[in-house]
Design a protein around this ligand. Structure first.
Ligand code: DCM
Length: 131
C-alpha cells in the first residue's frame, strides 16, 4: 500500500516565512511546523495545501514550487512541502496551532521545528535568503 501524503506550506510574505506551533496531539504539541495536513482522496497536493491553509489559518495562498524530496512521518505517512505565497488574509491559529510567528532572514533557527520538517525548512530558509 502506498503511503498517505501530508502536505505542508512554506508560506512567504514580505520576505518572511510562517512558522506554526502545534497544540495537538500531545506528542507534537509545542513543536513548530510548516502548516498543512493530509491530502484527501481526489485532491492534488496543491489543492490540499490551499484547503488546509484556509481551514487552519483562515488565509488564501498560492502554491509556488514543490521543495524536492519526501520525508517520512509516522508509519504510513510522508511529508511533501511546497513554497506558497500569501494571497489574502492574516494568518490566525484557528485549528491545530496555538501560536504563529513570521521569521525573517536569519531567524530560521529560532523556533523548535519538528525533526521531520527540518530539511524542508532549511531549503525554504535558503530560498528566502536568495529571494
Ligand atoms: N505533520 C508534520 N509536519 C507538518 C505537518 C504535519 O509532521 N509540517 C504531521 C503531524 C500529523 C500528520 O502529519 O502526525 C497530519 O497532520 P495534521 O494533524 O496537521 O493533519
Amino acid at each position: 500500500m502506498s503511503d498517505r501524503v501530508v502536505v505542508a506550506g512554506a508560506v512567504y510574505d514580505r520576505g518572511r516565512l510562517l512558522a506554526a506551533r502545534r497544540s495537538a496531539p500531545p506528542e507534537l504539541a509545542g513543536r513548530w511546523e510548516l502548516p498543512g495536513g493530509k491530502v484527501e482522496p481526489g485532491e492534488s497536493g496543491e489543492q490540499a495545501l490551499v484547503r488546509e491553509l484556509r481551514e487552519e489559518l483562515g488565509v488564501e495562498t498560492e502554491p509556488l514550487e514543490r521543495i524536492p524530496g519526501e520525508w517520512p512521518l509516522k508509519p504510513g505517512y510522508v511529508l511533501r512541502v511546497w513554497t506558497a505565497r500569501l494571497v489574502s488574509g492574516v494568518p490566525a491559529p484557528l485549528q491545530d496551532h496555538d501560536e504563529l510567528r513570521w521569521l525573517g532572514p536569519g531567524e530560521g533557527d529560532t523556533v523548535d521545528w519538528l525533526e521531520q520538517d527540518r530539511p524542508a525548512v532549511a531549503e525554504a530558509v535558503r530560498r528566502l535568503a536568495d529571494g
